[in-house]
Design a protein around this ligand. Structure first.
Ligand SMILES: [Zn+2]
Length: 379
């Protein structure tokens, strides 16, 4: 089995390289925005769609023109990648229209200071704690772990104040899938509790850390400071950097929490069963406060982590059927009752009375086990 993994390290840039990185990211943004404008114009005027091939050809002519000759100083494949990104953005846009997934959202122009990045499809070399970036040179990075597998592409990206290098790697690993899982866990995710984990004889509760909620006051303070500054002035830029840094800090704390929890869960069980959630749809339909809570808890990222970590370690990962009503079935006798969203306790005629999430987690686990039995696994 081939697995894909991304390794992210902090770059240690001296001033000269820092400038080059900014220049590369700036050129990519320019090419992306220029390409987007050209696509829009071609569509508005002639109802014509430009292809990636057309745009790459146009890029070559731009390099020969005097006004845009500076593009020649930038590694050519890096610029082509920016057009490739634009092409991908359009493909996703058309897919969303076709599938009617919420608001389709046309690709947008990139702003300076937001997602500054550039990507090499090849030509990058790594020796010890140094990476060779074509047209830039050998750059040191904080090597916190060993890179395994073949590097497919390399992205250099700025997050808040720091620059990072991300190596996307492919690695061949032996297939280890557990045929007859013994330790099965059902996981119910929620807002009040982050997760309720039902195992054979126990129920574990993981509280919601609510990273954003705790820091919201400070974030509001920083945003207020920003709004008082003269737009795009020196102090505005400083305040903006502070806001970005704080967002980054919240994000890092959340990712760290999710990584630790998911790794621990995958390592200590043979099979994980989760509910299938349509998170994007839920966020779109929710009120503003609920939407914030929904995106803050990071279920999507958590389920994604569980899924790929299960794959890496050869564990089973299963999602319940899409309309499986985990919270409405009695986990003791199997009868069904309609539950209101704000009702936190599940009580049934058979005498069962438990927390709503406990009941759901037990049901999710049971659904996973019966799906396994249907496939003929011996438990
Ligand atoms: Zn019952």
């Amino acid at each position: 089995m081939i697995i894909k993994k991304t390794y992210k390290f902090c770059l240690l840039l001296v001033d000269e390289y820092l400038q080059l990185c900014c220049q590369f990211a700036g050129a990519c943004r320019w090419v992306f925005n220029h390409g987007l404008a050209a696509r829009k114009e071609a569509w508005d005027n002639d109802k014509k769609s430009l292809s990636l091939f057309d745009q790459n050809k146009y890029l070559t002519t731009l390099k020969k023109q005097e006004a845009t000759g500076w593009l020649q100083d930038i590694h050519s494949q890096v610029l082509q990648q920016a057009l490739h990104d634009l092409d991908q953005a359009y493909k996703h846009f058309f897919r969303r229209i076709k599938r009617k997934e919420g608001k389709a959202g046309h690709p947008r122009f990139k702003c300076k200071g937001e997602h500054d990045s550039f990507r090499y499809p090849q030509g990058v070399k790594v020796v010890d704690n140094q990476v060779y970036l074509p047209c830039i040179g050998w750059v040191k990075f904080c090597k916190t772990r060993e890179i395994q597998g073949q590097i497919c592409q390399t992205t250099v990206i700025k997050k808040a104040k720091r620059w990072f290098v991300c190596f996307s790697c492919e690695q061949e690993v032996p297939d280890l899938v557990v045929k007859n899982p013994k330790k099965v866990a059902g996981i119910d995710v929620g807002i009040e509790r982050f997760a309720t984990i039902a195992t054979e004889d126990d129920i574990e509760i993981i509280q919601n850390p609510k990273f954003l909620r705790k820091d919201l006051d400070h974030l509001r303070f920083l945003s207020r400071q920003l709004s008082k500054k003269h737009l795009k002035g020196k102090n505005w830029k400083k305040a903006k950097a502070k806001v970005q840094e704080f967002h980054e800090k919240i994000k890092n704390r959340r990712t760290d929490f999710l990584h630790k929890l998911s790794t621990q869960l995958v390592k200590s069980h043979d099979m994980l069963v989760v509910e299938s959630l349509e998170i994007q749809k839920m966020i779109i339909n929710a009120s503003k406060a609920l939407a914030r809570s929904l995106s803050e808890v990071g279920w999507g990222m958590f389920l994604e982590m569980l899924k790929y970590k299960c794959e890496y370690l050869g564990k089973k990962f299963l999602k319940t059927a899409r309309f499986f009503a985990s919270s409405q079935i009695c986990s003791s006798c199997g009868s069904k009752a309609t539950m209101k969203l704000d009702c936190r306790r599940y009580s049934c005629g058979c005498g069962l009375e438990v927390h709503r999430d406990d009941n759901a987690a037990i049901n999710i686990r049971a659904a996973g086990i019966s799906a396994l039995k249907a496939c003929g696994a011996a438990l």
